[in-house]
Design a protein around this ligand. Structure first.
Ligand code: CMP
Length: 325
């Protein structure tokens, strides 16, 4: 391939396993081109696993935002739940025998958790320093800028778990991203929200999640997906021949990962559509400046988020991602 500029693609997205869009072609990065590239990139491609703990559900957006602001890329994200005691026992196997083990495993089953795979140079050490000491009281005292100082409560409820070593990362990631940790979608009273790839690429997904939660909506399921063209075309089929920018809209949905959510509330589709705002961000900025599209949209295709249009389609769109895929 001839050397050429690739607008929109940033170094942050260049890690093994990443799916990138180069001149309208979706490519998966499977290996390095040569030794020089391997040496350059491996140094910056450390990985770790983090888990946002049950009592911090409402802080999920702020924590994801802080993760981005500290220079990490998120390559995997999934909300799930420890539904069986054996799952929590297995995940925290190395603490078996500790006096706090029973309390810890019970607490971890108390509500949904969100797991993320993070990519950055020295990811394991970096994340541990961003989180601060295990004990939130110590974090508040000795590392007041750390995430556990901000969001932790005590030594057990310390906001976020992080892998302690490379072996722990492999093990914990394997457990959490296995099918035994299923989606938490309810498929009723719901609408489907997709944080579009341009927002994820700009590191702003945490801010969208936070805005949704602060508005009082429940995010009952959430996962990062990378859509290929046929999948995006199938999901958005109703707009084919209706929206003049259909092709651009599909392109915008496939340039990188998106984050899909089941959002719940009374009258979910209609109330969430009001919060998302008009399709055109220019109109949204002028008429509805507090809406998501006014804040996160750029153009009619890169308009920040997708949301379900018709009430009867809410559960169907959610099922497309969390039940059928
Ligand atoms: P985490 O990073 O998830 O790894 C193990 C967890 O055990 C730790 O964070 C805390 O939630 C919990 N933990 C560690 N030490 C104690 C303790 N002394 N008392 C209660 N819980 C603890």
């Amino acid at each position: 391939m001839k050397r050429m500029p690739c607008p929109g693609l940033t170094q942050r997205e260049l890690y093994l396993g990443s799916i990138v869009n180069v001149h309208a072609r979706q490519l998966k990065l499977v290996d390095y081109g040569d030794l020089f590239t391997r040496n350059k990139f491996e140094a910056q491609a450390g990985r770790t696993f983090a888990l946002i703990k049950p009592d911090c559900y409402i802080q999920t957006g702020k924590i994801v935002d802080a993760i981005y602001k500290n220079g990490f890329s998120i390559s995997k994200l999934k909300m799930s739940k420890f539904t069986k005691p054996s799952q929590a026992d297995d995940f925290y196997e190395k603490h078996k025998g500790a006096p706090f083990f029973a309390d810890l495993t019970t607490y971890m089953q108390s509500d949904v958790v969100t797991g993320v795979e993070l990519v950055s140079p020295n990811a394991i050490e970096c994340l541990r320093s961003v989180l601060g000491p295990t004990d939130s009281a110590e974090a508040k005292r000795d590392a007041p800028g750390s995430l556990r100082a901000h969001f932790g409560t005590d030594v057990m409820r310390n906001a976020v778990h992080a892998s302690a070593s490379s072996a722990d990362y492999q093990r914990e990631l394997g457990i959490f991203f296995s099918p035994q940790f299923g989606p938490t979608a309810a498929f009723n009273n719901c609408t489907c929200c997709i944080i579009k790839p341009h927002v994820v690429q700009d590191g702003l997904a945490g801010q969208v999640i936070d805005a949704i939660l602060q508005e009082g909506f429940e995010i009952s399921s959430m996962q990062m997906f990378t859509l290929d063209k046929p999948t995006a075309e199938e999901f958005f089929e109703v707009y084919k021949g209706v929206l003049p920018e259909f092709v651009g809209m599909i392109e915008a949905m496939t340039i990188g990962p998106c984050i899909v959510m089941e959002v719940r509330q009374e009258n979910a589709v209609e109330s969430f559509r009001q919060f998302v705002g008009p399709m055109d961000p220019e109109i949204a900025k002028n008429l509805r400046p507090n809406t998501l599209r006014a804040k996160f949209g750029h153009t009619r295709t890169n308009n920040g988020v997708h949301c379900t249009d018709l009430p009867e389609d809410g559960p169907l769109e959610v099922e497309y991602f969390f039940s059928i895929q």
